[in-house]
Ligand binder design. Structure first.
Ligand code: ASP
Length: 348
């Protein structure tokens, strides 16, 4: 009788294992893995807790998926860099191309989460879900948001409805598209927004609910193969403001930057002191992208600035920080500003 019971239990376990999707969780650190001095103190250190402990804190994820945790790096996302992006992207492509993984979740700090999500959306290719998640409060805080966010991310990754939607960000119950998501608050748990639209869906109990069927996302029209790359071209951002001086651009020219994104005012407008230095950059073959420090709305081609005359690229709906990433990747293929403008035109 005991043997029969054992056999039935084992059989049921195997059936439930086979029915659940395999979700890989790649951990990079951030506040979700942060440890504070006390549960009510706002000071803490990001990236201290290992992925195994994070998963132990949310045993419920095992009802949704067969999860495998993998520690990639353990950093605060303010320290994210090109080499970590390349490492992450290559590992994700490897998993997506294998039968081992049905979906990937990346735990990440919230500071640069929108940038990593956008980078991955342009450099990974699969119809399997890739979901980024983080937390605004460290794991030791009262009402830490990490455990529920992680559960929601696994629910989203495990859902068949999340396929063909590109890279997603799941924070505070909402699901966002990588190209449009932006951190809009420095500290609140409800920190993320869609800059030019709405969240694509939300997580309700144990379901990912989408507002519309999967359609071709802007990012899905572009793919940059980084499998053989070990570095990316240097591209920097200049922040526009009243009284900005041209010498801030000069240092990028002197330091061999291949691209400059100007986070202009309004519709990507440029101070008259900066214009001649950006023209000089163009003469030296550096690609100049006009974007805007305003978080919503497009930087349009040829409005107040005659882009065709200056051979500048307009960023369309991409923020300066996302424009920088697209320009880095574009420069791995071409330095033709008209072709690069075509890449940006996808984001309208
Ligand atoms: N500085 C942290 C990070 O981005 C903040 C967070 O995760 O919320 O890693």
């Amino acid at each position: 009788m005991r043997r029969l019971m054992l056999f039935v239990t084992l059989f049921l376990f195997l059936v439930s294992y086979a029915q659940k999707p395999n979700v890989y969780i790649l951990a990079t650190g951030g506040t979700i893995a942060g440890v504070g001095e006390s549960s009510v103190n706002t000071s803490y250190k990001a990236g201290e807790v290992a992925i195994s402990s994070l998963l132990d804190a949310v045993p419920q994820v095992k009802d949704v998926a067969n999860v495998v945790g993998e520690q990639v790096v353990r950093i605060g996302s303010q320290d994210m860099d090109d080499s970590t992006w390349l490492l992450l992207s290559k590992r994700i492509n490897e998993l997506l191309n294998s039968d081992e993984a049905d979906a990937v979740v990346v735990t990440h700090g919230t500071d640069t989460m929108e940038e990593t999500a956008f980078f991955l959306s342009l450099t990974t290719r699969s119809n399997k879900p890739v979901v980024l998640v983080g937390a605004m409060r460290p794991s030791t805080a009262l009402s830490a948001d990490g455990p529920l966010n992680l559960y929601n991310a696994v629910v989203t990754a495990a859902s068949p409805d999340s396929r063909d939607r590109g890279v997603l960000v799941v924070m505070n119950g909402s699901i966002y598209a990588a190209s449009d998501v932006i951190k809009m608050h420095t500290t609140h748990v409800d920190a993320f927004r869609s800059a030019n639209g709405a969240a694509v869906g939300y997580v309700n109990n144990d379901k990912a609910v989408y507002s519309y069927p999967a359609v071709e996302t802007a990012a899905s029209l572009l793919f940059f193969d980084v499998s053989k790359l070990t570095s990316l071209p240097a591209v920097g951002i200049i922040y526009g403001h009243a009284g900005v001086r041209g010498n801030v651009v000069q240092s990028m020219i002197d330091n061999g930057y291949k691209g400059i994104v100007y986070a202009g005012v309004g519709n990507g407008n440029i101070h008259r002191d900066i214009f001649p230095v950006l023209e000089e950059a163009r003469r030296e073959g550096i690609i100049v992208v006009r974007s805007s420090r305003v978080p919503s709305g497009p930087t349009m081609l040829d409005n107040e600035v005659d882009d065709a005359h200056y051979r500048f690229v307009a960023s369309q709906l991409l923020t300066p920080q996302k424009s920088r990433i697209l320009l880095q990747l574009a420069l791995t293929k071409t330095d033709d500003w008209i072709r690069i403008q075509d890449y940006f035109n996808i984001f309208r």
